[in-house]
Design a protein around this ligand. Structure first.
Ligand code: IMP
Ligand code: MG
Length: 179
């Protein structure tokens, strides 16, 4: 029986250990070190969920690189037409830069598609995507994900950056909603 944590009203069971997470990140780092030799990539980490992944990955990235943080903010529309998502935190000049987006998890793909469309407006040379977790069964887009740490089932996960209603981001292991 895996360890159980209670967050708000729900129980979660330990699903991916911190050791497994670190090994997975080491594999991604090795590929990036090989693919981005002499490329000076700019890592753009999508907050909030990607903060731990970004920190642990970048400690293992040995090529010259920059890192910055972006956020997809949803503002409720004044009209009843729904929510408008905008990208905040893109402060530097990305023209002709070699961008690597860092995501904690890709689910439907809506977020990454939005981020991609917005970043393209900055005229970068290339945009690659690295995600720690990928819900392949939920993904609905055609956008290619260049670096995938682990494929996970289409269930709700918490820990290692992922939250359930604000809580759980500080857990070093990843937990899955108990059915
Ligand atoms: P997408 O736009 O559907 O691909 O979802 C991406 C975002 O939804 C992620 O960056 C997370 O913030 C959030 N998300 C998706 N799945 C989970 C989960 O299982 N637990 C916590 N957050 C999740
Ligand atoms: Mg996220």
């Amino acid at each position: 029986m895996g360890k159980i944590v209670v967050i708000h009203d729900k129980k979660f069971r330990k699903f991916i250990s911190s050791q497994k997470i670190q090994k997975t990140i080491a594999v991604i780092a090795r590929k990036i070190n090989k693919d981005f030799k002499n490329e000076n990539p700019v890592f753009l980490s999508v907050l909030n969920g990607s903060f731990l992944f970004t920190a642990d990955l970048l400690k293992k990235v040995k090529v010259d690189c920059e890192v910055s943080f972006i956020k997809v903010a949803s503002y409720s529309g004044i009209r009843s037409t729904g929510n408008l998502n905008t990208l905040i935190g893109v402060n530097e000049n990305l023209k002709r830069k070699n961008i690597v987006i860092l995501e904690d998890i890709i689910d439907s793909g809506n977020t990454i598609e939005k981020v991609m469309l917005e970043l393209k407006k900055h005229d970068p040379q290339k945009i690659s995507i690295a995600t720690l977790l990928f819900k392949s069964g939920a993904y609905k887009k055609r956008l290619k994900i260049d670096y995938i740490g682990m494929e996970v089932p289409n269930d709700f996960l918490v820990g290692y950056g992922l939250d359930y209603d604000g809580l759980g981001r500080n857990l070093s292991d990843i937990y899955i909603l108990k059915s």
